[in-house]
Ligand binder design. Structure first.
Ligand code: AKG
Ligand code: FE2
Length: 230
């Protein structure tokens, strides 16, 4: 096996392609972030282990099916999972040592499943918060189930609209279609650390079929609320 720029799986060369979607907030689209066999591995790891997904706010954990209807599994970190974690860490330039990945979660939305508009940052914590997010699609055999950023300006470039964005969506802002293996990456804070108000997003209702995604959330334990209040 010779060395090229890129990422190796055990036996196959793996490469992804990334594009900027929005600069403020920073949102990137990453085509082929996982190979299909890697996506299948996450599906296999989570099979038969799903439980209802709660919402979190500070120390509160609650099930509220009027705001989130999905099931999740926190996957065991085997070699393949660790390799994907390294890829995600490297993608964002490793960041500082205080930035750590929350254990990856596979998230399943059956027909009718959704997650209402929310921020991945938690307004109630003072120390440490979710600074970046990868939303990785593991399957795409559904209608609906897109990821919508309602406060990011809509654009209708046919190069984006053909497969990545649903440019005719009736929802405001930009709407990513689930494409298996692809990922959406975003920064949850402004560069000065304050909470970004335009990264509000939702998992739109699955209209038919089933959507399964993988959430990677990076926490910075040195983030401080006071640093963000400008
Ligand atoms: O499933 C999606 O499209 C988005 C999920 C999400 O935003 C979350 O789990 O925080
Ligand atoms: Fe989210």
């Amino acid at each position: 096996m010779s060395k090229h720029i890129g990422v190796y799986t055990n036996t196959h060369y793996h490469g992804y392609e990334s594009q900027i979607v929005s600069r403020d907030p920073l949102i990137m689209y990453i085509n082929n972030f996982l190979s299909i066999s890697e996506a299948s591995h996450f599906l296999h790891l989570s099979e038969g282990k799903f439980q209802p997904s709660p919402l979190y706010r500070g120390d509160d954990v609650l099930i509220d099916e009027t705001r989130r209807l999905s099931e999740f599994v926190e996957v065991k970190r085997d070699d393949l999972v660790k390799r994907v974690e390294r890829r995600a860490r490297k993608f964002q330039g490793w960041r500082r040592k205080s930035t750590q990945l929350q254990p990856p979660r596979v998230q399943k939305y059956k027909e009718g499943g959704f997650l209402d508009y929310h921020y991945d940052w938690d307004p109630l914590v003072d120390d440490g918060n979710r600074v970046t997010t990868f939303m990785i699609y593991l399957t795409d055999n559904c209608t609906g189930g897109e990821t919508n950023f309602s406060r990011v300006k809509k654009f209708k470039d046919p190069r984006w609209c053909s497969s990545i964005l649903d440019c005719n969506s009736t929802y405001p802002g930009i709407t990513f279609r689930p494409v298996a293996g692809s990922a959406v990456f975003w920064e949850n804070m402004y560069p000065n650390g304050s909470l970004h108000d335009k990264v509000i997003h939702a998992a739109l209702p699955v209209l038919s079929g089933e959507k399964i995604g993988l959430n990677l959330w990076f926490w910075d334990s040195e983030w401080k609320k006071s640093q963000g209040e400008t």
